[in-house]
Ligand binder design. Structure first.
Ligand code: AMP
Ligand code: ZN
Length: 139
């Protein structure tokens, strides 16, 4: 897509700190990292989000993320890696080209904000009703 910033990275029109590429996938460092090693894994083909991405591109991104996470483990020795993927502006997706965040945390590093939410007991009947609604909607 012409104006998409990640498509521009795929085409080499703007620079990136590339860590991995194959026929379907590209991975590069996030320029506003939550932690050092914060990496974005994207399909070369433009697709906005999880609703739009082709199954083969989705598979390729997530298989590559395993390889890249192994690389992050070897290079940075993190105590954990958060995988985060946002869909839609309502979920704070800013770049509308599918991307998976890989966010490592090293020993002594601050807690990852994306992996640190307060657990509050839910309304069991609302949970049950919603589960039934979603299950019925899955084809
Ligand atoms: P999201 O909220 O999931 O859409 O996150 C978009 C991410 O893309 C943010 O973490 C940005 O820092 C990152 N980002 C935006 N432009 C670039 C760029 N040119 N190179 C690397 N990362 C970028
Ligand atoms: Zn794009």
């Amino acid at each position: 897509m012409e104006s998409c910033i990640f498509c521009k990275i795929v085409r080499g029109e703007i620079p990136s700190f590339k860590v991995y590429e194959d026929e379907k996938v590209l991975a590069f460092e996030d320029i506003n990292p939550i932690s050092l090693g914060h990496t974005l894994v994207i399909p070369r083909n433009h697709a906005k989000d999880l609703w739009e991405i082709a199954e083969e591109d989705l598979t390729a991104v997530h298989l590559a993320s395993k390889k890249i996470t192994q690389g992050i483990a070897k290079a940075l020795n993190p105590i954990g890696v958060a995988c985060l993927q946002l869909n839609g502006p309502g979920a704070n997706q800013v770049v509308l080209h599918y991307h998976l965040h890989l966010i490592p945390r090293v020993s002594g590093g601050p807690e990852l904000p994306v992996a640190n939410w307060e657990l509050k007991k839910g309304d069991i009947s609302a949970i049950k009703a919603t589960a039934e609604k979603i299950a019925a909607a899955i084809r």
